[in-house]
Design a binder for this molecule. Structure first.
Ligand code: 5GP
Ligand code: ZN
Length: 113
């Protein structure tokens, strides 16, 4: 999608600190980390957010979790990390290309803010 920040990151038009890439999925460090380890896992397919996931995307969304866990282990937080999807502006979503946040490396309190 032309005016999507994360599509531009996938295409290399905007540089990122890339942690993983294959034909389907891309992972990169968050530019404004909220924990010692904070990265994003995104599908290469443009999907605007969790509520826009279609039945045909189910396998892709599952792959994001597997890849995220693999990168988390590599980043040294395999024993404890948090997955976050923000859906909609009211929940703090600012980039409308679905992304899974993975955070770790510090105590993570519950409930989240
Ligand atoms: P949201 O609030 O939409 O769930 O999360 C968007 C995330 O994208 C934020 O944590 C923000 O720091 C991150 N982000 C925004 N712009 C960029 C960018 O240009 N590069 C990277 N690496 N992360 C970004
Ligand atoms: Zn996009």
């Amino acid at each position: 999608m032309d005016d999507c920040l994360f599509c531009k990151i996938i295409n290399g038009d905007i540089p990122s600190d890339t942690l993983y890439e294959d034909d389907d999925v891309f992972a990169f460090r968050d530019i404004n980390p909220q924990a010692p380890v904070h990265f994003l896992v995104i599908p290469k397919k443009h999907i605007s957010g969790p509520a826009a996931v279609a039945a045909e995307d189910e396998k892709l969304i599952g792959k994001m979790m597997r890849v995220g866990a693999e990168v988390a282990r590599r980043e040294g937080i395999g024993d404890g990390f948090r997955l976050v999807y923000n859906n909609g502006a009211d929940a703090g979503q600012v980039v409308f290309h679905i992304h899974m946040h993975i955070l770790g490396g510090r105590d993570l309190t519950w409930p989240p803010g």
